[in-house]
Ligand binder design. Structure first.
Ligand SMILES: [Mg+2]
Length: 190
């Protein structure tokens, strides 16, 4: 059976956090980011999500690629002889155009975008439907929930996912260049 690799977009390939984190601070002042949940005193999650959505829409062209990960993509594609890399994002579908444009500009590989509109459980559905056996994401819960159903779920290390005990199928790496090295070793030894 054909084995596929897929990845999340934000904070794996796209360094998108700086475009909204400063704006959030300017607008609301103090906020916390714990277990992937942003909390601002007196502001509901819906309003925070709307703010981030608008920043991503307005500032998409300022988002920098995460170089080691983006540069590893062509080699991962080659490794599995894949036609394209599925990119599974929890972004809202309304961000399709700016997301597609960003990927066309910054990724030198064929890709296919999947949007879950903030519903992270849908990532597993997409993974199962598309025969994906390896997946990388920076969100602890997503990676952990997916882990029992695929070969390896890669968790990209960040402070928001540190100090938590992951599922046995989860492997922590700093970027996709490290994931590539791991996959190469694994395939050679299989
Ligand atoms: Mg992410």
């Amino acid at each position: 059976m054909k084995t596929y690799f897929a990845t999340d977009l934000d904070m794996v390939l796209a360094d998108s956090m700086p475009v909204w984190i400063y704006g959030l601070y300017v607008k609301y002042g103090y906020f916390t980011l714990k277990n992937y949940k942003i909390q601002v005193n007196g502001i509901c999650q819906k309003e925070i999500s709307k703010f981030i959505y608008e920043r991503l829409l307005l500032r998409s062209n300022r988002i920098q690629p995460i170089k080691p990960s983006v540069e590893a993509l062509p080699k991962i594609l080659e490794l599995f002889d894949q036609k394209y890399i599925p990119i599974i994002t929890s972004r809202n579908k309304n961000l399709f155009n700016c997301t597609e444009k960003w990927c066309q500009k910054n990724l030198s590989i064929p890709f296919k975008l999947f949007f879950t509109d903030g519903i992270d459980a849908d990532k597993l559905k997409i993974i199962l439907e598309n025969d994906i056996h390896y997946f990388a994401d920076d969100r602890f819960r997503t990676v952990n929930d997916i882990a029992p159903f695929i070969k390896t779920s890669f968790l990209i290390n960040y402070k928001w996912n540190a100090d938590r005990k992951e599922h046995q199928n989860v492997i922590r790496k700093d970027n996709l260049a490290q994931v590539l090295e791991y996959l190469k070793d694994k395939l050679i030894n299989e």
